[in-house]
Every structure is written in C-alpha cells, then in structure tokens.
Write a protein that binds this ligand. Sequence first.
Ligand SMILES: [Zn+2]
Length: 284
Amino acid sequence: MLISLKEALDYAEQNKVGIAAINTPTYEMLLAAVRTAEQHNIPLILQHAEVHEPINTIEDIGPVMVELAKRSTAPLVVHVDHGESYDYVKRGFDVGFNSAMIDASRLPYDDNLALTQKVVALANEYGYGVEAELGVMPGREDGSQASTGTSNETLYTDPDLAQSFVRDSGVTALACSFGTVHGLYKAEPNLNYNLISTLREKTGVPIVMHGGSGLTDSEYRECIKRGVAKINYYTYADKASFEAVQNYLAEKPETFIFSDLTTIATKAVQQNLNNLVGILYGKS
Ligand SMILES: [Zn+2]
C-alpha cells in the first residue's frame, strides 16, 4: 500500500528505526526492495533518481514502481530522488509518485530556498511530502565520481542555516551533510554525530542520510539515535548483484540464459537488503 513520506518518517521516529530508501532503477532492484519490505512487513521508500534516467526513465519504471507499491502488503512510499528541477519532480507526480526530493544544494542558499519553496507549494496541492538538501555531499547517487571520503571535500550543513531553511521552506525532511559520501568509500567516513543531534533539534524535522552505503552497523545505529530517519541506499546493493552475476559467469561461462542472470541479481540484492534491514530496523 502507499503511505506518505510523513507517515514513514513518523514510524521511524516512534520505533527508533531508520527507513531504508532504495533506488530502484532496474526491475531487479525494485522487486528485491518490495519483497524485502513484505518479508519483514516494514515501511520502505522506493525511489528513482534523476541521474538514473539513462538506465530507465521515470515514465518507464515509475508506473511499475507505483503499481507494485499500491498492491503490496507492505507500506511503501514512491519518491523522486535528487530531482534537480521543478519539472522533474512534476514528472514524478504525474506518474503517481507521492513524495519527492528537490536537490538544489549546489545553488546559492537563496536560490536553493526559492526552488524548494516552489516544489513544496506543488507538493502541498497533492498533500505530498518534500525532502530538500542543504550542504554539499561529495560524489553522485549513481556511484560515479566516487570520493575519498575525506572531510575537506565536504561542506558540512550549518545548523543555523538549516533552521531558517526548514522554517522558510516547510519541507518534511532535510538531507544534510555530516560526513557521508555518495558511492563507494575509499577511506573511512568521518561522521559528525553531534552535528546530527544539533540539526535534528534546530530544524524540528527528521534528517536524511545520503551516501548510506558502506557504514558499519554501529555507525548506522548511532546516526539513527541522533535523528536520522531516512537512509538512502543503493551502491552496495547494486555491487552485490553485479558480483553475484560475475561469480555465476565465472562458474558457468557457457551459459546463455539471460533470465538466469536477472534472477541471480534479484536474489543477491534481496540478501543485501535483508542485511541492511536487520541493522536499520533491528530485524533479521
Ligand atoms: Zn543522495
């Protein structure tokens, strides 16, 4: 069934869990994410990032995401991830997405705020939630431009700016920069837990973690404890499916059945997400 971003985040804070927000640009990722949510009967966010348009457009994969979410026994949100323009968010809403992130974090503060306000006004017409971003995280959602993870690449989110940004925009949740990076970690992430606590307190809204792949169990738990309620996750699940296919091909180089590979990929993502869900929701 479809639930709102606000309902998912309320669940997270009431139950002291982190909601997994999984990018599902392929059908294999999508199926694995939905099955994981159903298996554990947990709320989960299915999302499509604008940077994944070359894999599948939001008009192609979006209606499939919405349909699977509606008929699922699990409570699911269908969310535009890293929408870079008002028009892209609108395209998501047009195919049935019920939540969106507008990412104007690379623009100057005033421009970021103005675009976010415009998107919130649109979302309010539907009663949908909006996530925005303040502070710049290195790397990109598709795992390209991987980062070294050193703190000097990161512009940490300023708590006072975050406070006025949330107040003046009316967003449901705020993606902040506190030491995570998009893509694969090449060095240890340098997480600033006190900053998360301060941001949660000052903004009054749940904090979103981007670059949620590859942290340790205790790092995830501590971030959730401090105020992170939504955790974006993609790169390591994608990597798990790739490695499963690679291993299969090494064992059976003579295979010519492509659907065997998609089945293996789906199962590998499910296994990877099961592990994630164990950490974020305390399920196993
Ligand atoms: Zn992100």
